[in-house]
Design a protein around this ligand. Structure first.
Ligand SMILES: CCCCCCCCCCCCCCCCCCCCCCCC(=O)SCCNC(=O)CCNC(=O)[C@H](O)C(C)(C)COP(=O)(O)OP(=O)(O)OC[C@H]1O[C@@H](n2cnc3c(N)ncnc32)[C@H](O)[C@@H]1OP(=O)(O)O
Ligand SMILES: NC(=O)C1=CN([C@@H]2O[C@H](COP(=O)(O)OP(=O)(O)OC[C@H]3O[C@@H](n4cnc5c(N)ncnc54)[C@H](OP(=O)(O)O)[C@@H]3O)[C@@H](O)[C@H]2O)C=CC1
Length: 516
């Protein structure tokens, strides 16, 4: 029997960000392994025309929750969606709901955040810093609270090369930033943002660092732990391999590569691709929740959830495997071009690829759409992909060292059964198998493509290859014809090649006649 699973039995758990990528997998696992838990409160806002109930209904009826419905048939009754907007004072939670949360919650998992790299400083601070402070304040009023688990990111200190499981101070106090945002107007905030974030690459990582500082400063006597996952990818094992449902992180680039939009990207091939499967990234907080509540460590512990130091994989290996999977086994439907990847570290080559292999074909394709009376779209799509690629460049060209003492210590504290049920040991991960399932998952669960369409997609790739050869041959002949018309040297080379071929053929014919 799993000690951790038993620990969550009968508990009231509060999750923020439960509708997000990590939040959904966290909820799924809790219901599947501890079906006797009392209730999961989730703080949700209405979105995209859907009410809270519709959003919950959609999640519970998704493929991800299929196993849960077998193990915990009354899951609908155990999930309590509470209207909340983390951008607002007191999260705009009603008095009654707040009362219930304060008096009943045993464990908090704080996952909600804005993960956009280009968010405004105001919004990112509000969500990643102020809302965290507000939640801690709420937590301090919860008499039954046993543990508060804060999900941060391994990149909150990506301005450092070696990162320990400690909280590093930010140059400007979070409180000062929160206060100044109250009276500064948006234009000024955006102007000072680059000066504030200094050597952090974006607003997201910077505000996550501030969020950690707030957790440290406002921890009071709460029992808190911080988890720092690196780049979270599709599920490795549970509830089934390859599940993924958003285009963040690697997912957008994998699609862009598979569809043949992106042929090259500025990447250091040997840099470590620190991916962590989402099921691993939620098993660790679940184990930490138990450990923090039961063992009550004297100080607040930070846990790194990374793969680089235990089972490293580099971008080269990852890129090759992604492409091999697309080319040989599971191509995407209606690809624009055959998938191909060139990793370059040079700015000049990147600019060249962008102009010749990305923007030019997009313009030509849009011209074709225009000629056939259709809506132009390729240039817009391409620009969006290139913008995303350039935002991710920072992470594709550096390696970090994260120490994992606390994570390894926790692993050794678990019983063999818990090590199996709440596995976060990435040393057991087989990267090639994982990437294959990942790519398959992107096709099935994210793009919702039918597996029955694979033969047609393979045919399409063959047609693209033939078009590619034809196009290159035609281009070569045209350029050559123009050169011959204009340059004596080109004419001489041409005569040399033709006479060489002629002589070779004559010799070949003569020797085969002699043999007969
Ligand atoms: C040579 C070929 C290369 C490939 C070779 C083979 C593959 C190689 C291996 C795989 C590559 C791996 C790449 C790794 C990338 C490394 C990432 C490192 C990140 C580390 C950071 C730390 C990790 C974290 O802590 S948190 C998560 C990180 N956060 C993100 O990833 C968010 C990043 N995204 C953004 O900030 C923005 O999206 C941005 C700025 C990049 C683009 O913004 P823009 O405004 O231009 O576009 P969007 O409006 O955001 O979206 C465009 C389009 O997509 C739709 N969309 C957006 N989000 C989602 C979603 N979650 N789900 C579904 N759809 C979404 C959106 O609606 C838009 O569609 P429209 O139709 O245009 O409306
Ligand atoms: N994905 C990754 O690669 C990594 C993620 N992390 C961390 O993990 C955590 C979860 O990330 P992930 O699941 O990927 O992010 P998602 O973007 O998928 O989910 C974010 C969640 O926050 C919620 N949220 C955002 N704004 C509000 C708001 N104003 N009020 C209420 N809820 C809100 C979203 O709700 P809604 O659905 O309504 O938008 C959603 O549930 C974050 O703290 C992130 O920093 C760390 C490392 C890597």
């Amino acid at each position: 029997m799993s000690v951790i699973a038993a620990f969550y039995g009968g508990k009231s758990i509060l999750i923020t960000g439960a509708t997000g990528f990590l939040g959904k997998v966290l909820m799924e696992k809790l219901f599947r392994t501890s079906p006797d838990l009392k209730v999961i409160y989730i703080l949700v806002r209405p979105k995209a025309g859907q009410t809270l109930q519709q959003r919950v209904f959609q999640i519970l009826n998704s493929k991800l929750f299929e196993k849960v419905k077998e193990v915990c048939p009354n899951v609908h009754e155990k999930i309590r969606a509470i209207y909340a907007d983390l951008n607002q004072n007191d999260f705009a939670i009603s008095k009654e709901d707040m009362q219930e949360l304060l008096s009943c919650t045993n464990i908090i998992f704080h996952c909600a955040a804005t993960v956009r790299f280009d968010d405004t400083l105001r919004h990112a601070v509000q969500l990643n810093v102020t809302a965290t402070r507000q939640l801690l304040l709420m937590a301090s009023q919860m008499p039954k609270l046993e543990a508060f688990i804060h999900i941060s990111t391994a990149y909150s200190n990506c301005n450092l090369k070696h990162i320990d499981e400690v909280i590093y101070p930010c140059p400007v106090e979070p409180k000062k930033i929160i206060d100044s945002l109250e009276w500064l107007d948006d234009a000024i905030i955006e102007e000072i943002a680059p000066k504030l974030i200094r050597d952090w690459p974006n607003i997201y990582t910077y505000t996550k660092a501030l969020g950690e500082m707030v957790v440290q400063q406002e921890s009071r006597n709460l029992n808190i732990a911080i988890i720092r996952p690196s780049i979270v990818g599709a599920t490795w094992q549970e509830p089934f391999p390859g599940w993924v449902d958003n285009i963040n992180g690697p997912n957008g680039l994998i699609i862009a590569a598979g569809k043949g939009f992106l042929l090259a990207i500025k990447t250091t091939p040997m840099a470590v691709a620190d991916l962590i499967p989402v099921d691993t990234a939620i098993n660790l907080p679940l184990a930490v929740g138990w450990y923090a509540a039961v063992h009550r460590p004297k100080s607040m512990l930070v846990y790194h959830c990374t793969s680089g130091n235990l089972n490293p994989c580099n971008w080269d290996k990852m890129g090759v495997q992604v492409l091999a999977t697309f080319e040989i086994q599971i191509p995407l439907e209606r690809a624009f071009r055959r998938p191909y990847a060139d990793f370059t570290t040079s700015n000049f080559t990147t600019q060249y690829w962008n102009a010749i292999s990305h923007q030019a074909p997009a313009i030509i394709y849009d011209f074709y759409l225009w000629l056939t009376g259709r809506k132009l779209r390729m240039t817009k799509v391409m620009n969006q992909i290139l913008r995303t690629a350039s935002m991710l460049e920072y992470f594709l060209n550096r390696s970090w060292e994260w120490s994992t003492y606390n994570t390894e210590m926790l692993m050794s504290e678990l019983s063999p059964e818990d090590q199996r049920v709440f596995n976060f040991d990435v040393r057991q991960l087989n990267w090639l198998e994982y990437i294959e399932n990942y790519v398959l998952g992107v096709k099935k669960y994210l793009l919702k493509e039918d597996m029955a369409g694979i033969p047609e997609a393979k045919q399409h790739l063959k047609r693209l290859r033939n078009i590619h050869y034809l196009f290159n041959t035609a281009l070569f002949l045209i350029v050559w014809r123009l050169l011959i018309a204009r340059s004596q040297m080109a004419r001489n080379v041409w005569f040399f090649i033709v006479s060489f071929c002629y002589k070779f053929l004559s010799y070949f014919r003569a020797s085969s006649t002699l043999k007969v």
